[in-house]
Ligand binder design. Sequence first.
Ligand code: ARG
Length: 567
Amino acid sequence: MDFREYTIDKITSITGLDRETIAKAVETPPEQKLGDLAFPCFILARTLKKAPPVIAAELAEKFSEDENIEKAQAVGGYLNFFYSRTAFTKNTITEVLEKGADYGKSDLGKDKTVLVEYSSPNIAKPFHIGHLFSTAVGHSLERIYSQLGYDTVKLNHLGDWGTQFGKLIVAYKLWGDDSVIEKDPINELLKIYVKFHEEAEKKPELEDEAREYFKKLEEGDDEATTLWQHFRDLSLVEFKRVYDMLGVSFDSYNGESFYSDKMDEVVDILRDKGLLTDSEGAKVVELPELGENTPPCIILKSDGATIYATRDIAAALYRHRTYDFYKNIYVVGTPQSLHFKQIFAVMEKAGWDWAKGCEHVNFGLVKFPDKKLSTRHGDVVFLEDVLNESIQKTCEIIETNSPNMENKDEVAKKIGIGAILYTFLKNSREKDIVFSWDSMLDFEGESAPYVQYSYARGKSILRRSDIEIADADYSLVTTDEEYTLVTHLNAFLDAVKDAADKNEPFYVNRYVTILARLFNKFYNSCPILKDDVPEDVKKARLALVKASCQVIKSALYLLGIEAVESM
Ligand code: ARG
């Protein structure tokens, strides 16, 4: 049962107003002690020609209590409703326990497909911290949409095409040493790539050679293709190692190369629609509608080569045809905002109305204040090193705090990785992130370990008791601490919907953090298994513990973070 809907019905019958107007007007009071739902009587003032407090007082008199709503109280111009704590608690906890992992799901997105493109690192280049940000946000968003009943598709738009591969091939032919590359592929490929640029300053003819090789690659030349494929395979092995650590997977790794033969069509369409103009030999689409300072979108370079934007337009068209998407989300850093604005505008100009479903979900920068991160590879922060360092540090904390813990390594992995993912999802994504081990691994602060610890605490209580939970008497768990916790459990789906609405996993992150905090408050103020607690109170509190654990676990899952059964 939905208490909110129920109360709206009730207000409708008391006031005689149209239900929809009421549904729009009701508010959640800022504090629990003011009630569960408030009806602002201001909206009636004009029709009734009375002051809102008078209206509120009169309406309160007409109210008759029932099993779900205990009272309606006039406060100022508001009519505040208090649910029956027992009924609400029973309703919520029973639903959580019955549905288990399905609690908090909805079919809102039935028959609609949402594509979430995220991570998208570049071949033969390090998977850097910005890609991790994208991975964390995208992975979480995909789960959030899925929770709401959307069909989701996880896309990794690998950066595996472009003139840089011509350079890499030349570099490889000059300085590549397979035995070294085999051992540390990305790092080594990066090294020779950097070397290429240094050498090319002295010998500009290297650039011509590189252009020649990329051209060969585009034409499907055997040698060039084999080398390119080799670099791609090597890189993917490394990327997948990181994805495995994070528990991330993709439905498609179709990267930029996949669209290399699908761009002619785009160029033709844009030309046919009269959208292409010449600009210093290049073909561009002018976009004055985005403001006169917006540069045009380059479709073909002066040498005829296609570029990043063209590949993206071809990719969007392909995705539309393949998936008929409702939304096509790109989780990519803020520096690429202009790029996405441009390609979306080009697509709109081409008359593709589905382009409205394309959305750039941007995010801020990652800063390292203490610079104490591993620098095995010089200046570049290698993601795998960061993940391993987090796990290592967690191990040390566990070693100090609970040296006797079983399966330490497994726990350290879940906590260490969770701590990092949490950090990316802690604030609104456009904010820059300051990477600090201290706050990330602060078991008492706003952190994954804090939430994971709360869950483990709950699970440990459940393990210590063999009381059968069914048929608890929920009138026994209605203290403020208990009730606030219950109302929060009830609000899970709202948090998920908010997160999807704004493409902001941090709503779920904030939700689960508050849940853990409320759970700990309850745990600290209401004894559960103490000897002097009556059996039926134990039972009802255990039910609340079990429901809390279930929702913490489900919410963590939406963030890509694993719950830890004991720690
Ligand atoms: N590979 C790009 C980079 O690392 C990100 C790709 C973003 N996705 C896209 N469809 N353009 O910057």
